[in-house]
Design a protein. Structure first.
Length: 197
């Protein structure tokens, strides 16, 4: 006869096994292929969640042409819109992910990255203008391992928005907080191109 206590003990043991497997997989991945430097919306250290350039080479986006529309606007006005963004880890020339990001005029932003859904690929945050050329965002998302909650991350990013409003680039720091184990800090860059409305 199974008691409620036995069921709880089995569930706790199962969760511990999953955490250990996740940490072991992360350690093996980091040791064999290096730690990727962007964790937006998923844990890119897991090979199944890393993007491939082949997937996005086929994108035929209608990018916004250079325009005088943004000539007299500050970064806070120029950043608003939809962007195609490429993330690259520090020390690498290979992107770790690509995303569609919407920056909203109310100071919020939303991102959909090309990581598997079961790893988590939707995240959001808030942003503010730092000076007339720069914006900064504070971004959060959940980390999953095959659909099971594994933790969350926080990404901070500061970007310089081009004067014509068609591109931006910047640096980011991402801290992964797993349900067990110490936080992992990753750094990298982001480059964005505006998508025409």
């Amino acid at each position: 006869m199974t008691t409620h206590l036995d069921a709880n003990l089995r569930a706790a043991r199962s969760a511990t096994v999953i955490r250990r497997m996740l940490l072991a997989a992360a350690a093996v991945t980091a040791a064999t292929v290096g730690v990727s430097a962007h964790a937006s919306c998923a844990d890119p250290r897991i090979p199944a969640q890393q993007s491939t350039q082949e997937q996005t080479d086929r994108l035929d986006l209608l990018l916004a042409p250079s325009s005088s529309e943004f000539a007299w606007k500050d970064a806070g006005e120029r950043i608003v819109g939809t962007w195609h963004v490429v993330y690259t880890p520090d020390g690498s020339t290979t992107p770790s992910g690509e995303a569609f990001i919407q920056w909203h005029s109310d100071g919020t932003e939303w991102e959909n990255i090309n990581y598997p859904v079961l790893g988590g690929n939707i995240c959001m945050g808030s942003w503010k203008m730092v000076d007339p050329r720069h914006v900064s965002r504070n971004h959060y998302g959940w980390l999953f391992n095959n659909g099971i909650l594994a933790g969350y991350f926080n990404e901070t990013e500061t970007d310089e928005v081009a004067a014509d409003g068609t591109s931006y680039s910047g640096t980011n720091t991402t801290t992964l907080y797993f349900t067990s184990g110490p936080p992992v800090v990753l750094t990298g860059t982001a480059t964005g191109k505006r998508i025409a409305p």
